[in-house]
Design a protein around this ligand. Structure first.
Ligand code: FAD
Length: 506
């Protein structure tokens, strides 16, 4: 055929030693680490999102704690920093693992030697197709939320994880009904005691400048040219962009249409029964509920209504569904025999290998199915996406070289540094006594409005901690946990203010 035909053919069939799917933190870190370890090998990164997430200002704070900034950048940045990486902007629609080949929605066939799936998660949405229900997942969904919020006087936020917590704290100029299924707020991260500590800040928001320890999400491109590709192009709901990360809310303007001080009303232990538009609502003859400190009355009309399992019906302008993500595995499962975990993630072993040869998975899409350290748990977080992405790359390289690899120390102890309600929050190990039944002891030190320190002891050893505020205890506690020091003799003094714990062991 003509030269043109050949070129079309050539671009339809691509191959590389290492192929990575996903331009989130997991995929990009994996590609960068591979490029670093094997500068001579060809690496392809395929991503549906127009921008990729890049880790910058990475700092190892201690043995297991790390901080970094995250920047969204055009994919060309990765190519210019890693000359052997080629980024392809396409949606992977299928995997033929037996032929070691991926297909994309624009008709490419990508052949690999080793593949790493880093396709992240998609938001769980509350059922129903109401356009006034928004899920928050990526930059595009935040933009659409901000736009709708600017005209809103009241919103209902459903969900109790990190996203909901930040959102409720950051939204201004709008009444917020926060519907949670648990007995206390922010329960994915903190216990009831810490939730009590935070409660006064719900209606009395104090915004402080983020401390240096808090990672920041920077938006370097204001008007990105493209948009995330989805299998149903045009209907894009944004679910295929990369997930947002730390501080996605603080750096953004989250303002509603009302001039009232932000008011938050929490409904505990509830679930959404249904979401109704005005017509559906009037057909039910139900009455709406208006929290006492909210404006308006039960006669007021709203564009959308939410019925909760406690019988309350709230009218609002917008419903935010922040009920977590489910691993996005759709394009990869058909025709392949992956082992999939109960939470929907692709199971990986301690080398981040899936059950299929030469296929790895990492980040939000995978489920850690190895014999885990007692003090580590998987949570679908930014830091873990970075750590797993880097470790997956090293594991892929070790496999091609016939070398063995031992599990990275970051998988020894769970560690997460974040910020809630303006406070620094450090979570270590089994911070909520996960999996310990009743077989643990708690030590507490609380100064209202200032700090909340909780230590979880098991058999006299520190197995977990929640540190809220500027406690300066994280590194000491990390050491006590990693070394499993016997604290039986010191536990009564462990949290005494002013005591230097290191002195006990001199
Ligand atoms: P993602 O970032 O989801 O990236 C997946 C990538 O794969 C995307 O680029 C996508 O386009 C691409 N992709 C998917 N399918 C295909 C396909 N078929 N073909 C081609 N490309 C594909 N974590 C924290 O630690 N702290 C926080 O404060 C925090 N806040 C958050 C706030 C929000 C609103 C959200 C949604 C998440 C938050 N997280 C936070 C979680 C964190 O963002 C994720 O755990 C992390 O980003 C996961 O990274 P990932 O690379 O695995 O997946």
């Amino acid at each position: 055929g003509s030269r043109e035909e050949n070129e079309t053919c050539a671009t339809r069939e691509v191959e590389a030693k290492f192929v990575i799917v996903g331009g989130g933190i997991a995929g990009v870190t994996c590609a960068e680490t591979l490029a670093d370890e094997c500068p001579e090998e060809k690496i392809i990164l395929i991503t549906a999102s127009p921008l990729v997430k890049v880790v910058t200002n990475y700092q190892q704070v201690s043995r297991t704690m790390e901080t970094f900034d995250v920047e969204e950048k055009p994919s060309s940045t990765v190519e210019s920093q890693c000359p052997n990486v080629r980024v392809i902007h396409a949606f992977v629609s299928g995997l033929q693992a037996e032929e070691k080949m991926l297909t994309t929605s624009d008709g490419k066939r990508v052949h690999y030697d080793k593949l790493c799936i880093c396709s992240g998660g998609k938001p769980k949405l509350i059922p129903g197709q109401n356009p006034l229900v928004v899920g928050i997942r990526d930059t595009e969904s935040v933009k659409s939320f901000q736009k709708k919020l600017s005209a809103a006087k009241r919103i209902v936020v459903v969900g109790n994880g990190g996203i909901a917590t930040e959102l409720v704290y950051e939204v201004e100029g709008c009444e917020v009904v926060w519907a949670i299924k648990d007995r206390s707020i922010s329960s994915a991260f903190v216990d009831e005691g810490a939730a009590q500590f935070f409660l006064p800040h719900l209606n009395q928001k104090k915004k402080e400048e983020a401390s240096a320890l808090v990672k920041r999400l920077k938006y370097t491109v204001e008007n990105e040219g493209g948009s995330a590709l989805s299998p149903t192009e045009g209907e894009g709901d944004g679910s295929f962009g990369s997930a947002l990360g730390p501080d996605w809310a603080t750096s953004r303007h989250m303002k509603g249409a009302s001039s009232v001080c932000p008011q938050v009303h929490v409904d505990y232990q509830v679930e959404v029964v249904r979401v109704m538009d005005r017509d559906q609502m009037s057909a039910t003859h139900l009455k709406t509920h208006t929290p006492t400190h909210f404006a308006g009355d039960s006669e007021q009309e709203w564009p959308v209504y939410v019925e909760l399992s406690n019988g309350c019906v709230y009218g609002c302008d917008l419903v935010v569904s922040a009920t977590g993500v489910i691993p996005f595995t759709d394009p990869f499962l058909p025709g392949n025999t992956f082992e999939v975990a109960e939470d929907g993630g692709i199971k990986v072993n301690h080398k981040l290998e899936t059950s299929l040869p030469d296929v790895y998975a990492t980040g939000d899409v995978c489920t850690a199915a190895w014999e885990r350290s007692k003090l580590w748990l998987q949570m679908r977080l930014w830091t873990q996406a970075r750590q797993m992405g880097s470790y997956a790359a090293r594991s892929m390289v070790a496999a091609t070289r016939g070398e063995s690899i031992s599990l990275d120390i970051c998988f020894e102890l769970f560690a997460h540094v974040t910020k809630f309600f303006g406070y620094k929050v450090v979570l270590l190990g089994l911070f909520n006594a996960q999996g310990l039944g009743n077989d643990y002891e708690l030590l507490l030190r609380v100064t209202e409005g200032e700090e909340y320190v909780k230590v979880v002891l098991h058999e006299g050893r520190l197995v977990g901690a929640i540190l809220i505020g500027e406690t300066d205890l994280e590194e000491t506690f990390e050491n006590l946990a990693l070394n499993q020091t016997d604290l039986t003799a010191f536990k009564d003094n462990l949290l005494e203010p002013g005591i230097d714990i290191e002195d006990f062991f001199d």
